[in-house]
Write a protein that binds this ligand. Sequence first.
Ligand code: BG6
Length: 486
Amino acid sequence: MSKAQVFPENFLWGGAIAANQAEGAFDADGKGLSTADMVPYYKKKDYANLSALMHVSSETIAEAMETKTAEGYPKRYGIDFYHHFREDIALFAEMGFKTFRLSINWSRIFPNGDDQEPNEAGLQFYDNVFDELRKCDIEPLVTLSHYEMPMTLVLNYGGWKNRKVISFFVKYAETVMNRYQNKVKYWLTFNEINTTLIEPFTGGGIVGDKENNLLQASYQALHHQFVASSLVTKRAREINPAFQIGCMLARMIHYPATSSPEDVQQAQIDNQMNLLHTDVQVRGSYPPIIKRYFEDHQIHIVKEAEDDQTLKENTVDFISFSYYTSLVSTTTPEKYGVTGGNLYSTVKNPNLKVTEWGWQLDPIGLRTVLKELYDRYQLPLFVVENGLGAKDTVEEDGSIIDDYRIDYFRQHIEQLKEAILDGVEVIGYTSWGAIDIISASTSEMSKRYGFIYVDQDDEGHGTLNRKKKKSFDWYKKVIATNGEDL
Ligand code: BG6
């Protein structure tokens, strides 16, 4: 008798990218400038504090708004997915992708965010992409907002802290959900919604030096995103009841540094503050801990009378999350060294190795996270980001032997399998980032995540030719065997 398969028959294997890191063509066919277009490439790096690299000041914005070319702004040219998407999708199909996660760039559809009419050329671009995916039997998984928003909404409205942005976002979401109602079934509202608190410009279009109280502005912006996400979920169900709507959290699981009750308590609080986002989007209300936190930090959220009901009535169908690493909590951080991530840094866990960029490697943590999220909410889960940023070398014969990436994925998928055996319901797994793209935090090209190599360096030089890495065939085999042969 053959052994039963662990992964469900219709498991959605695939890969993920974001518009602002891949598309390029920042000013093509009527697209407006977005927050991502403001981020320059910094040569000097401090890997323990990468979020500083993402911080964009008023001065940086003024300079970027004056710059009319893509030079020095890697997210403006990306990997030119805008003109290469057919070739890229053909490669995804060759790997056997069942799904492909991508985001729609809001400023391609509403160049200023507050325009009366959408930009037809922008809508047509995504029609072409979705049609190509359909031809290849690849199910699109679409993020409505992944680290970009139209710059006009930042400059004229102050970003997401302004309540008016809710209606602009709902209009944008309605426009694309109506247009693609027969082409897209799976939608995510905000990528890593917790980024708004960690990196307010990237997550919420909030310019730090313009705020007297940045924490207050960030929580206000986050509240508006929660409400917007619920209103979009409501509209989604009216447009097409078959739609599946998910939230998306950067799950940052915190382990206590020691078994001291103080460290354990700190880890619990840090986990509660991370999970508050899913609490709101899945349970429909803020968790009890937030009251004390707001009092202690003198945060006062301005809400409309109907907000609580909106959140309560329009919760998500499934939970998606990114998982790259685990973090460590302690009340005595001075005793330990610090290591980086993209948006955060953490005290070091002596049990874990780190990547070239300082991210702690912890495959078992993925199983822990899956079990914890399922125990807590009992909604289907979707791992929509997991991957290794590493430097790749093209050998003389043109091959790229990325065994380190294969090891990373193998170890994580093994843990995913264990979680399924533990009874967790998982819909799919999309690796980050399917193909090499521009790094979100550092805007580097040399921090590569893909199964497909893109010939381009950190300064934007290269042929943009695509080349399969060793991991390409490995992942193809994983998908073909539905996760049995790792
Ligand atoms: C996630 C983001 O936080 O991490 C992606 O959703 C990002 O956009 C990914 O690319 C990896 O981070 P980085 O900074 O290495 O590109």
